[in-house]
Structures are given as structure tokens and as C-alpha cells.
Design a protein around this ligand. Sequence first.
Ligand SMILES: [Zn+2]
Length: 110
Amino acid sequence: MSGAQPASREGAIPGERERKAAAVMTIVFFIIGLSVILSYDWGAPTPQFRPDAGLVILLGILISAIIYIAARYAATGPGAFGMGLRFCPECGRQIRFDATVCPYCNRPLP
Ligand SMILES: [Zn+2]
């Protein structure tokens, strides 16, 4: 996999975060595009924007903004490698986010 592409950016690791960010951006643009399509009145003889087009587009932008902010927050939150990881409060080691018991010290987790 690595080595096939020219290293345009210095030391850029094509890691989990980058792929997640790309996926989030795809979802964001998809929702904005969908809201524009939905705000269009395709049934009319000459396709035109619905009277409530602004509201639909606003809603789409709002939803995508929430997804984007939530994804950014999750990426910078506990677990430096993005979603799915956190640290055990007892031994401080990195564990799965959905773990109920620490695999290292067997401490029950909330
Ligand atoms: Zn632990």
C-alpha cells in the first residue's frame, strides 16, 4: 500500500483519522447536496425551488454541521487515535471505548 503514492506532504501517515475525516466530509457534502435536491420542486412543469427551499437547505447544513462538529470533537477527545478508544482511570492504559472491564487491571468501567 505505502510507497505507491508520491509523498507530497512531509511525514503524512494515511491513518485512521485521515480516512475518517474524508468519510465525514463525504457525508457532509452528501447531506448538503441532498438538501438542495430535496428543496427543488421536481414535479413542477419547469423545475424550480420550493417556497420553503431555504428552510430545507438550512436544515441540511445544520445537520451536516452537527455531524462535522461531533466527528471533530470525537477525534480530539479521549484516545489520541480517534473514536473507539479511551484510557482506563485505574491504570491509565488505552482500552476500547465500549469495554466494560479493563483488560489490564480488571477494573469495572462505567
Ligand atoms: Zn486498567
